[in-house]
Design a protein around this ligand. Structure first.
Ligand code: ZN
Length: 239
């Protein structure tokens, strides 16, 4: 995990515009001297999350002069092939439900492996040795590519295969959604929590019409329910 020697280093954050990756971006901005971001366009059915990215980067920079000075370039990588080979509820009109194997229909096989591999190639070209990503084993909805073991194995494969000193940081790996809200508060206070509530997007249905305590969404899909439950637990712990 990050320590003081990273203070002078650069990081590349996998940044989708959701709650988790926004918290990861704040985490990176608190630790690394220079922080770049990368987003992936793979033909998502809903563009709203990708559209949040620029808004969030600008808002994070406004929260802190240090963060503004550290925030570097943003990159977008189009991976159309992922949409073409996937048949999931995120990329076409299909009901979001649990499949017979226990995985939600939002599962895109190997998506995070591809994202991290593209990000590592970009990091190599940018001279960056640290990747930051929001994978989480605690609330991972059964996504096997979010598991700690998967990330460690891929980290080793990328280090060997690209002959680079790469470290993949996953600050959310062992914490739940309530602790992710608490981490945001620790990193950026109430103003960061408010920013994440107002500006990040999590809803699978691409819904931003309804405003709940925890932000905008449909309130019904698995992503909204997970976000809402985490918020309730966080709010209760605040007293
Ligand atoms: Zn929703």
């Amino acid at each position: 995990m990050a320590s003081d020697h990273h203070e002078s280093a650069s990081a590349l954050v996998l940044f989708s515009g959701g709650q988790d990756s926004t918290t990861c971006l704040a985490w990176a901005l608190s630790r690394f001297a220079r922080v770049e971001t990368v987003g992936f366009d793979y033909g998502q059915r809903h563009r709203v999350e990708l559209d949040r990215r620029a808004v969030l980067r600008e808002a994070l920079a406004k929260l802190s002069p240090d963060w503004a000075a550290r925030l570097g370039e943003d990159h977008t990588i189009a991976i159309e092939a992922l949409g073409a080979i996937s048949d999931t509820a995120l990329t076409r009109e299909a009901e979001i439900a649990m499949r017979e194997d226990g995985l939600p229909t939002t599962f895109v096989p190997g998506r995070n492996l591809l994202f991290l591999t593209f990000a590592a190639a970009l990091a190599y070209r940018r001279g960056v040795n640290d990747l930051v990503a929001g994978m989480c084993e605690t609330d991972y909805s059964g996504y096997p590519d979010c598991r700690h073991e998967t990330i460690r194995a891929l980290n080793r494969a990328l280090t060997l295969g690209m002959a680079m000193d790469l470290e993949i940081h996953t600050p959310l790996m062992w914490i739940d959604k309530a602790a992710t809200w608490a981490l945001a508060r620790d990193l950026g206070g109430e103003s960061l929590v408010s920013l994440i509530v107002e500006e990040t997007h999590t809803c699978y249905l691409g819904e931003r019409g309804k405003r709940f305590d925890w932000g905008y969404g449909c309130g019904e899909c698995p992503a909204c329910r997970l976000r809402a439950a985490g918020w309730e637990k966080f709010a209760a712990s605040q007293g």
